[in-house]
Write a protein that binds this ligand. Structure first.
Ligand code: SAH
Length: 245
């Protein structure tokens, strides 16, 4: 983690499941202070924007020095968290969790000088279409999502497989005791003990939730389902290609 606020880490990641796994050594986090790589006696890491305008911009030379120190093994992907980045998805989270780790650069102020993004081919990742005051809360969310996928971190591994996005669908609704609350009953099928029917009901609910709330996910799911059902032809290969893109 490259940050101007190393004290923000591990923060919430030091508690609960992620915190226990951190204690056990299942994962590790080094928060490096970007300011330690400042080149002048004032320890400055930012400067005014070229061309004028509000705010400050993080200097490319300072960031580059920090990245050089953090990327010595050359194996880990280097992420820059920014609203301009590719939207973080569960697929990217899984890829990162399966990988050798990552170097995460947390921006502050108006963000980074564009040249260091290009020079270092940073993988720009956004948490969503909103603006945070710094990359740190985004980094904490990203790491939380990755750590819970590491083997042994979550109690029930099978719970992961049924969650939102795992099959390209949002999750079905959950219920627990009491069987009746404020006049609202737990759906009968869930009390039936009939596992096949419960499974079918949950799938139908997941599909309905996805269709009504997220037309984008629904369209992708239907396309994926059609591709699975269709025999393998030349046209089919094109479809595969689209899916990856
Ligand atoms: N001027 C920028 C916003 C800077 S916010 C713009 O308009 O796009 C300061 C820092 O917060 C960014 O450099 C980035 O590291 C972080 N940040 C803000 N919103 C974010 C988001 N949605 N996803 C990931 N990081 C974000």
């Amino acid at each position: 983690m490259l940050t101007l606020f190393p004290d923000m880490f591990p923060g919430p990641l030091g508690l609960s499941l992620a915190g226990k796994a951190l204690e056990k050594g299942t994962w590790r986090l080094d928060a490096m202070d970007i300011r330690a790589f400042a080149l002048d006696k004032h320890r400055s890491v930012d400067d005014t924007p070229s061309g004028g305008g509000p705010g400050m911009v993080m200097r490319p030379d300072v960031i580059d020095a920090a990245l050089a120190a953090a990327t010595m093994d050359g194996l880990k992907p280097v992420l820059y968290l920014t609203p301009r980045g590719r939207l973080l998805t569960q697929n990217l989270v899984r890829e990162l969790a399966d990988g050798p780790g990552m170097v995460v650069l947390c921006g502050r102020y108006e963000g980074l000088d564009e040249r260091v993004i290009e020079e270092r081919s940073l993988l720009e990742v956004s948490l969503g279409d909103f603006v945070l005051s710094g990359g740190e809360p985004a980094a904490i969310a990203l790491i939380d999502a990755c750590v819970r996928l590491l083997p042994g971190v979550m109690g029930a591994e099978e719970a992961l497989a049924e969650e939102s996005f795992e099959e390209g669908l949002l999750e079905y609704p959950h219920y627990t005791r009491p069987a009746e609350w404020l006049g609202r009953k737990v759906p009968e099928v869930l009390m039936s003990g009939h596992h096949e029917k419960i499974k079918a009901w949950r799938l139908a609910m997941a599909e309905e939730t996805t269709r009504s709330r997220r037309p984008d996910l629904w369209a992708a799911y239907q396309k994926q389902r059609a591709a699975k059902a269709a025999p393998r032809t030349e046209a089919r290969k094109d479809l595969d290609h689209d899916d990856i893109a």
